[in-house]
Design a protein around this ligand. Structure first.
Ligand code: AVJ
Length: 323
């Protein structure tokens, strides 16, 4: 989930991307409770900080998923039909997929889908050198919206790939609509490989989002820097603090930015009041059990074919098949 973003744009000349950022921020800060969608974490500094998070000893999901992909790639690709096209939703730096590309010898094409076009095309060029026998067909698109697959893969069986527990950022009903949407893009008979973070000991979950070195706090607070820079905000960085905790009723980690005092902040041309202790809800990271995820997928038209975990049982990679 690496996102490249544009350079700061003057408010007078907002491009459409900055305009929808401004619209989302104004709507989110006008709501009660206040919120900002987590996709806005990933400016270039935010993407760098996320990479740093994955290297903290407390943040297990990336390491756990890599362990599964490394150990189980052979078993995972057994579910790929011969001559299939692998379609990755939000491919970023195309790192995790290499485990599958190395193991899937009979794959015809890899279709990375990402919104960051320049970056995507550079990654695709690098992959072509590495996998000369494979057609690499990047699609620049927002994978949450309808998009067309390249004509070259229209007659091939499809396998979807959605790693990283990105699905955990969605509300469960949004996760179900995403899976339904992925099914309509991939078509009848499709298989989908999804990375899902599992419900576990709360102390492990809380530590993963409250690392001792404070990287996750910097990642969360970087959102305010971005608001200041791109939307002419005047957030005081020391006026807010990082809060992350496991919400046991809803099986999710919540991240918030909590106002240390009563204050007013102006951003994107609007002024918002904060009570002391009031928060901006910046992220949910849902955790599932194998059963609850299978039920969610079933409701969206997918059957769980197979599932693999790391040795500690922290994370699951699931193989789904369109019913
Ligand atoms: C990239 C959405 C999977 O939810 O664990 C990491 C983002 N936020 N630390 C997650 C994140 C705080 C991450 N995902």
């Amino acid at each position: 989930m690496i996102r490249k973003t544009g350079i700061a744009t003057p408010i007078a000349k907002r491009d459409t991307e900055t305009q929808s950022f401004a619209d989302d921020v104004i709507a989110g800060l006008s709501a009660a409770p206040k919120r900002i969608p987590p996709k806005y974490f990933y400016d270039s500094e935010g993407s760098r900080l996320f990479e740093d998070i994955t290297r903290t000893p407390e943040y297990y999901p990336t390491r756990s998923e890599h362990e599964i992909l490394r150990m189980q790639a052979g078993a995972i690709v057994q579910h790929f039909p011969t001559g299939a096209a692998l379609v990755e939703f939000g491919s970023g730096a195309c790192i995790k997929v290499r485990f599958l590309l190395d193991a899937a010898r009979k794959l015809k094409a890899y279709v990375p889908v990402d919104i960051a076009g320049e970056f995507l095309n550079a990654e695709a060029a690098a992959l072509r050198k590495h996998y000369p026998g494979l057609q690499i067909l990047p699609v620049v698109a927002d994978f949450m919206k309808p998009f067309a697959l390249p004509d070259a893969v229209s007659d091939l069986p499809k396998v979807g790939f959605f790693p990283g527990s990105t699905i955990g950022n969605f509300e469960p009903h949004e996760a179900a609509s995403f899976l339904r949407h992925a099914g309509s893009i991939l078509g009848a008979g499709a298989v989908m490989i999804v990375g899902v973070d599992l419900i576990k000991d709360e102390s492990v979950l809380n530590a993963a989002y409250n690392d001792d070195s404070g990287v996750t706090a910097r990642f969360n607070l970087n959102l305010l820097r971005r608001l200041n820079r791109e939307l002419a905000g005047n957030f005081k960085l020391d006026g807010f603090e990082h809060h992350a905790f496991y919400n046991r009723e809803r099986n999710r980690i919540e991240m918030h930015l909590a106002s240390r005092a009563r204050q007013k902040v102006t951003v994107a041309g609007s002024t918002f009041e904060f009570r002391a202790g009031e928060t901006i809800h910046t992220e949910n990271s849902y955790k599932y059990s194998p059963l609850s995820f299978a039920a969610l997928a079933r409701g969206a038209g997918w059957t769980m074919l197979d599932r693999w975990s790391d040795a500690k049982g922290n994370f699951a990679v699931c193989a789904l098949k369109l019913q």
